[in-house]
Design a protein around this ligand. Structure first.
Ligand code: ZN
Length: 212
């Protein structure tokens, strides 16, 4: 059983995804991480991605699906996958559904529900580890990462204007995808307004019966 994880930026989706990966011993596809890795590469695709990220825009469906197809083709037999950050448009959803169906992979989807106002507040006040990219909320007062001791910085694309662009893109493109999974009965709702531990507990309560 694969899992598609949805949540507006700032919902804690990445953090919860890592917990779920540990708990259920799954493979993990994280679009942001894959994109950042590629953006550092001195290749035409890498340069293209770097430019798009710096402009605060989303990467095109074709480029994302290129990366996903390669990942899915290399999954070990019998392993579940958590998809974090994909699909974020109807085009991607159709392409992903097709890829999964081809390999007889069934899936569920989860949404961490968080209001746009809460997302805006969390995103404009958070910091990111320069080294491993772990995000820290404003309530975290240290200046170094507790995973790798890296320096915490404000991300260059975390200014209010580019955040608004990203949140709007989520509303325009990803909300229809979420509705699509809601309509097919595949969507599980979790309250993302709560603190990290409470969100985890609700996730485990709802996903343990599926994974165990
Ligand atoms: Zn770090």
């Amino acid at each position: 059983m694969d899992l598609i994880l949805f949540g507006i930026q700032g919902s804690g989706k990445g953090t919860q995804g890592k917990f779920l990966r540990e708990r259920y011993q799954t493979e993990y596809f994280e679009t942001g991480g894959q994109l950042r890795k590629l953006a550092k590469e001195d290749s035409p695709l890498g340069k293209k991605i770097k430019h798009i990220i710096e402009a605060g825009h989303l990467v095109s469906d074709d480029v994302v699906m290129e990366i996903v197809a390669n990942f899915i083709n290399n999954i070990a037999e019998g392993k579940s996958v958590i998809f974090d950050g994909i699909p974020r448009s109807i085009g991607q959803a159709k392409a992903l559904d097709e890829l999964l169906a081809k390999r007889n992979r069934d899936f569920n989807a989860v949404i961490l529900d968080l209001s746009t106002e809460s997302a805006m507040t969390r995103l404009t006040t958070r910091r990111i580890c320069e080294n491993c990219k772990t995000a820290y909320p404003a309530t975290y007062k240290e200046n170094t990462c507790n995973e790798c001791e890296g320096k915490l910085i404000t991300r260059t694309d975390d200014n209010a204007d580019s955040i608004r662009v990203r949140l709007q893109a989520y509303a325009d493109e990803t909300m229809p995808v979420i509705t699509r999974y809601e309509n097919t009965g595949k969507l599980i709702h979790v309250d993302g307004e709560k603190d990290i531990e409470e969100v985890s507990n609700e996730l485990y309560e709802k996903l343990d019966p599926i994974f165990k």
